[in-house]
Design a protein around this ligand. Structure first.
Ligand code: HEC
Length: 200
């Protein structure tokens, strides 16, 4: 045993393994705190929930080479300006509804979920809603009764009725509006946002 060169000795490798594991554990803790800071609402790329009081649209960011969300002037959801606390409550109710109804069984949200139905990350900005003025009420109507308000996207796929109440539907719309304001570095790629006045 002892005539082996030092680098080949078992106790050296045991120590190396312990130090590497301990070192990586520290790195993991640092990265966890770093990631949580970046994904928390109210940070640079994930706006605070009260962003639903403002107009959200997309603009080509030439420097970065993809469309990035732009937060514009006041445009309260359903015409009511909410406090940060009220907005947080509404968005969180929407998120819980999305989880309870298992929307990611068919849809993708921020890259998580299935590919059966359209990605919902930017669905707030989907040109299919027609225009900004009717979008909110169309979304609520669609969520409450997707079967009669189906649009199909040329796929013949239909969303089933999920027994969503009006209050839940409004909260889901708040959640979707907030989500569209997140800077996802261009995900989903090539998303055609609603053409909006003064964009060009
Ligand atoms: C069984 C699969 C399925 C489930 C579960 C489902 N959807 Fe859908 N959804 C679809 C399909 C298919 C479409 C496209 C239908 C159409 O255009 O008529 C769609 C369309 C949508 C759209 C319009 C997308 C856009 O870009 O304009 C929204 C918003 C939406 N769903 C939200 C939800 C929410 C919120 C939930 C959960 C509460 C949910 N869906 C659950 C299948 C599903």
């Amino acid at each position: 045993m002892s005539d082996l060169p030092r680098w080949a000795q078992e106790d050296v490798w045991r120590k190396v393994a312990i130090w590497v594991t301990a070192g990586m554990f520290v790195v993991l803790i640092i990265l966890t705190f770093d990631s949580v800071a970046v994904i928390t609402a109210g940070s640079e790329r994930v706006p605070a929930y009260s962003v639903i009081n403002q107009r959200i649209y997309y603009r080509m960011d030439r420097e970065r080479g993809f469309q990035a969300p732009v937060i514009g002037e006041e445009a309260p959801l359903f015409g009511t300006v909410l406090t940060e606390e009220e907005a947080a409550k509404m968005v969180s109710h929407g998120k819980l509804t999305v989880q309870a109804k298992n929307c990611i069984n068919c849809h993708t949200l921020l890259g998580n979920g299935a590919y059966y139905a359209p990605d919902l990350t930017k669905s707030w900005l989907d040109p299919a809603w027609g225009n900004e003025a009717v979008r909110e009420s169309m979304m609520v109507k669609f969520l409450m009764d997707p079967e009669s308000n189906a649009r199909g996207y040329g796929t013949n796929r239909k969303m089933p009725n999920l027994d969503i109440t009006e209050e839940e539907a409004r909260a889901v719309v708040a959640f979707l509006k907030w989500m569209s304001s997140i800077d996802t570095t261009g995900f989903p790629a090539g998303f055609p946002a609603i053409a909006q006045e003064g964009d060009r």
